[in-house]
Design a protein around this ligand. Structure first.
Ligand SMILES: [Zn+2]
Ligand SMILES: [Zn+2]
Length: 171
């Protein structure tokens, strides 16, 4: 299937008030979160683009896709895989001021790839976890607590200073 980076909205020749739904394929780039690189799938994602030509000129746009994000869990570093539904909207009205000027539309060219990437970055959770209740790593020996089992613990070595203090008090 042909990949779409830039989509020419003018090519649809929509009349004011008319709308069209398109199925496109967009290449997806990886994403950096908290200093880690996360892979975004599928590399070539099917997206649904809805384009409505506004009565006063310009377009209302809606982009939907489902992406996966994979990489290390931020708590335990085990592999994590999340499915992220994306439903983003933009309005672009030439001369309509900053509010109505989409950063993804230049004249009639829509940067679908960059929009999809930014929408994913916005939809991605701030914490990427292997499971919502990931227990993280043991602070002493750094093994994942989920695999270590509930009995995992370490005998705490007595702090030698307390011994000294006890001796002093007994005197
Ligand atoms: Zn985890
Ligand atoms: Zn431990």
């Amino acid at each position: 299937m042909a990949l779409t980076d830039l989509f020419d909205l003018g090519s649809l020749r929509l009349s004011p008030g008319e709308a069209r739904r398109l199925e496109l394929t967009v290449a997806q780039d990886g994403l950096e979160l908290a200093g880690e690189r996360y892979a975004i799938g599928p590399p070539q994602a099917p997206v649904t683009l809805e384009v409505s030509r506004l009565i006063g000129g310009g377009h209302a746009l809606r982009l939907r896709l489902e992406a996966t994000l994979s990489g290390p869990c931020m708590r335990c570093l085990e592999p994590a895989l999340l499915t992220i539904p994306i439903d983003a909207r933009e309005v672009d009205v030439p001369g309509g001021g900053e509010e109505l000027d989409s950063p993804y539309v230049d004249r009639d060219l829509l940067d679908v790839r960059r929009w999809a990437h930014d929408a994913l970055a916005l939809a991605a959770p701030s914490q990427v976890l292997c499971a919502p209740d990931c227990l993280g790593l043991c602070p002493v020996c750094a093994i994942p607590l989920a695999t270590a089992g509930p009995d995992h613990h370490h005998e705490r070595a007595p702090d030698p200073r307390w011994g000294k203090l006890r001796e002093l008090r007994l005197e």
